[in-house]
Design a protein around this ligand. Structure first.
Ligand code: CTP
Ligand code: CA
Length: 224
């Protein structure tokens, strides 16, 4: 019997991917969040599993099905995502941070629903941990890949994040173009690493995920 053997260049590799938004609770019924759909992260997870990797997908709340063959860990807040990631990050070969993690959370979560008692109100926010930077700072941690969604000065900010967080690679996308990025089915990326860059032109997030993983695998092998 002849069986089709898919090309599995990531066989034997452990990969963790974060995806989707986070929700930062204000009170029992309200939260701060963003418009991340999770599509890019889920496409990377699905593609990595097809390429043979053992994939853990740590996801904020999204309206997507768990990809076939992927271990899905559902979280809500940035703090929960940070905890889920740091528990097994050091055992991973590759870490891809696709999640749109809230940079800040309300300083306090009210026990009861906040009432509209006043004509004005303000919410004090405090910084969330940087999940990607914390993974990149691990001793003998995984090969780390970040995303940078920027509306302007894309290259400057992307390279700044690559260097500041000590990443192996960063995938930049220009979110000032609404036909690609956040809620869209298509995307385009520019990849930067310490001594190089390459463009992945606009295509479906599925296609782009496969191309990105090919580039990650290539840079990962060179680093070993
Ligand atoms: N990231 C993360 N944890 C955070 C914030 C960001 O893991 N608390 C990751 C994102 O998943 C992404 C990368 O860091 O891979 C860059 O996120 P981005 O929001 O573009 O950059 P920030 O470092 O948060 O800086 P700023 O929002 O000021 O541009
Ligand atoms: Ca941010």
């Amino acid at each position: 019997e002849q069986q089709f053997q898919p090309h599995q260049p990531l066989a034997g590799m452990k990969m963790m991917i974060t995806a989707g938004p986070t929700r930062e609770a204000l009170d029992p019924v309200r939260y701060l969040s963003n418009h991340s759909s999770g599509k890019m992260g889920y496409a990377i997870a699905a593609s990595a599993a097809q390429m043979g990797a053992e994939v853990t997908l740590v996801s904020g709340p999204v309206a997507l099905q768990a990809p076939t063959g992927v271990q899905l860990l559902r979280v809500e807040s940035a703090a929960e995502m940070h905890h889920a990631v740091m528990t097994t990050a050091v055992q991973q070969d590759i870490f891809v941070a696709c999640a749109a993690v809230a940079d800040y959370r309300p300083e306090a979560v009210a026990d009861c629903k906040i009432k509209k008692d006043n004509s004005e109100m303000s919410i004090r926010l405090v910084r969330n941990p940087d999940i990607l930077a914390d993974v990149a700072a691990l001793n003998s941690g995984p090969f780390t890949v970040g995303f940078a969604a920027e509306t302007h000065d894309v290259e400057t900010y992307a390279i700044g994040k690559l260097q500041r967080k000590g990443l192996d690679m960063i995938a930049a996308n220009d979110v000032s173009d609404s036909s690609i990025g956040f809620n869209s089915d298509d995307n385009a990326l520019t990849l930067y690493w310490t001594d190089g860059k390459t463009e992945l032109p606009a295509t479906s997030k599925q296609q782009l995920a496969a191309q990105l993983l090919e580039q990650i695998n290539h840079r990962y092998r060179i680093k070993q």
